[in-house]
Design a protein around this ligand. Structure first.
Ligand code: HSE
Length: 435
């Protein structure tokens, strides 16, 4: 039988993993595909740096993308170069050239997915992206196929391994933020630009991709509220623990009353909730579907082999279809519903809050802060003042009941303006009890 020929664009951490799995699992992969599979060309701008565990001399390796895009015998292009513009052009060219495409590029899909899905449809080709969300967890297939009978009500994801690794080390070992970030980079978890990890952008990219599929609604990346873990302090983590919470970076999507809310931010969750037990580089996605009920998916969200596992899942699916002569069908790609949901304005989102301020330890200080909360329709669940001091400021922590984001924003600004509150000290962390 004619072999399925694969061209690999990008031999970085994940690309090298894809090549390794090809070598180590070829026999099983070919049995699952029903045809021989060949890594026909590998392209990277860096052809000299050794890749651990790979014999570069044994690969059909060059720095010329034309070796893939200009070769009509290549059936599947795997794009693992990352970045947006160059990857976009290469994928469009590959699709126009009649090739099927596999990509792990969440930044590209989150910002140009609609264009690429339309191009794949127009060209009658597949564009598969299991590795774009939650590394080795097969969450895209689960949503597209396993949950096909469901309307998704909500999803909560820990979908950035680097942030979760950092928060875990800060929680368990009291480690310092910058040091842990360096470790995550050395282990190949972090993005080329690690601000994408620690500022929540990578999680928001993944939320855009997953929510588009799960809620069948066109989601504009820029409409997602995004806040990362870079401002979380060891003190926030310690106070959260004292109150029975863990802090996690959650990507949240919820539908209700015809509206969809989308947000990424550090979130306090009960310490005995399943998501609180997700540690290190592990990712998890908790979902509720109207037919199936609650589900939780758990696995390694970053790293060479887990991500390569998802890339190969896509290659196998496409190769299997090619081997059986079945063409791609439009329904392989994300399908938007006839009744799209409206995006809920962020000011209308409702949440409970942890509010931290450094305030003077003087008569009526607390009443001025709580007065502002009351005036903004925010009800208080508990108040803790840590220590006491005749001069200087003490940490005051207020836990609120569920309130409107817009009201909390106004209250925070007014509290920050109080002369008894240390400048720049007021901050909030949102609380979710339901995931
Ligand atoms: N930088 C990403 C993470 C890699 O830390 O999760 C996987 O997308």
């Amino acid at each position: 039988m004619k072999p399925i020929r694969v061209g690999l664009l990008g031999l970085g951490t994940v690309g090298a993993g894809v090549a390794k799995v090809c070598a180590s699992h070829r026999e099983e992969l070919e049995e699952k595909i029903g045809a021989p599979v060949e890594l026909a060309a590998v392209v990277d701008k860096d052809t000299t740096t050794p890749r651990e565990g790979l014999d570069l001399g044994s690969l059909p390796f060059s720095d010329d993308p034309a070796k893939i895009l200009g070769d009509p015998s290549i059936d599947i292009v795997v794009e693992l170069i990352g970045g947006v513009e160059a990857a976009r052009e290469l994928i469009l060219k590959a699709l126009e050239g009649g090739k099927h495409v596999v990509t792990a590029n969440k930044a590209l899909l989150a910002t140009h997915g609609a264009e690429l899905y339309a191009k794949a449809r127009a060209c009658g080709r597949m564009l598969a992206f299991e590795a774009a969300v939650a590394g080795g967890i097969p969450i895209i297939r689960a949503v597209k196929e396993g949950l096909a009978a469901n309307r998704v009500n909500s999803l909560y994801g820990i979908v950035n391994g680097t942030s979760n690794y950092i928060l875990t080390k800060m929680t368990d070992e009291g480690s310092e933020f910058g040091q842990v970030l360096k470790e995550a980079q050395a282990r190949g978890y972090a993005e080329a630009d690690p601000t994408f990890d620690v500022e929540g952008v990578d999680s928001a990219h993944k939320l855009q991709v997953l929510a588009t599929l799960a809620f069948r609604t066109a989601v504009k990346f820029d409409d997602i509220y995004v806040e990362g873990v870079s401002k979380i302090t060891p003190q926030d983590i310690a106070l959260a623990r004292e109150m029975g919470f863990r802090i996690k970076l959650l990507a949240i999507a919820k539908s209700g009353d015809g509206a969809l809310e989308l947000r990424v931010h550090p979130t306090m969750i009960p310490e005995d909730s399943p998501m609180a037990a997700v540690s290190g580089v592990f990712n998890a996605v908790f979902m509720n579907g109207d037919v199936v009920g609650d589900l939780m998916f758990y696995g390694r969200g970053a790293g060479q082999l887990p991500t390569a596992s998802s890339v190969w899942a896509d290659i196998v699916e496409i190769a299997r279809r090619l081997a059986s002569g079945q063409a791609a069908v439009p329904q392989d790609l994300p399908i938007l519903g006839n009744k799209p949901l409206q995006l809920k304005p962020f000011a209308e989102v409702r949440s409970a809050y942890y509010l931290y301020v450094l305030a003077k330890d003087q008569p009526s200080v607390l009443s001025r802060i709580t007065g502002i909360l009351g005036a903004n329709d925010i009800s208080i669940a508990s108040v803790i003042q840590k220590g006491h001091q005749r001069s200087g400021a003490v940490p005051v922590v207020i836990m609120t009941h569920v309130a409107r984001e817009g009201d909390m924003g106004k209250a925070l600004q007014a509290i920050q303006g109080l002369p008894v509150v240390e400048s720049g000290s007021a901050r909030i962390i949102r609380i979710e009890e339901s995931e």
